[in-house]
Design a protein around this ligand. Sequence first.
Ligand SMILES: [Zn+2]
Length: 318
Amino acid sequence: MSAQRPGIGMTGFAILPPAPAVELDAEEVAVLRKAAGILGGRRLAVLTGAGLSTDSGIPDYRGPGAAPRNPMTYQEFIASPASRRRYWARNHLGWSHLRHADPNAGHAAVALLEQRGLMTGLITQNVDRLHEDAGSINVVDLHGRYDRVICLDKGHRFTRQLVASILEEINPGFLEAAQASGVVEMAPDADASVEDPELIRSFVVAVCPVCGGTLKPDFVYFGESVPKDRVQRAYSMVDEAGALLVAGSSLTVMSGLRFVRHAAKGGKPVVIINRGHTRGDEFADLKVEAGVSGALAWLAAELPDLGPSAKPISVPVD
Ligand SMILES: [Zn+2]
């Protein structure tokens, strides 16, 4: 899916440096110099959220200007076939939007921080896979990934692409009819709002091609826990790090906020780059109110190299 993107090689590595940084004003640069003073000389665990992907055209749930929205909970999804029909109809429309999004300068900057050996790992709350597309390797997709589907009955896994072709086959004309009726809102979890209730009622949900079980996109819903092994991997990244850098998250949900608390409790400096208040502000040594892409690009370029005593990055096999 990323092979045609400029700057992305066959391996998925970014082969170009980050795009020229978004203009930062003097005040922002002054705060970033303070951030570099705190973060410099330490290996970083980096935690990112939806604010990092808005520059890639993926709307935020909660950032300034975001439309109020109540995502379907896990309990609602499980409870009724009608909920699942509504969910899958909207996801069928929305997922291709994520598939066509490209990583931006912020994603490239995080990949560069890793390539420079300045990171222990990346924890992202985004399901859009844009970090991996930009070349990040050691990534915990905390809330899962949009491009995979799991079978709730037997744990079978499929690509979203395969499920898309099944859905297209059993719902001929659906995409065209939905697009004609107008899509008014997109969300970072591939949810799209469909205006026509008749169209949703006519939607046929795909079942697991192996066992006939219930299919669900492989991401963590509201009301659902992050799998334990994934949480542990993320904690390890924070434990191995000398500091935590948060970028583009309001830390509204505990799944991300707990790593900020953990770092602060361990006496590790926390720097947060985000426009607007976050729930982690009280734990932060420094809050940077600046555009996330530009700020990350500045840090990736300006943070000093680590000495030869720095430990090499361990890359887990996922
Ligand atoms: Zn199955």
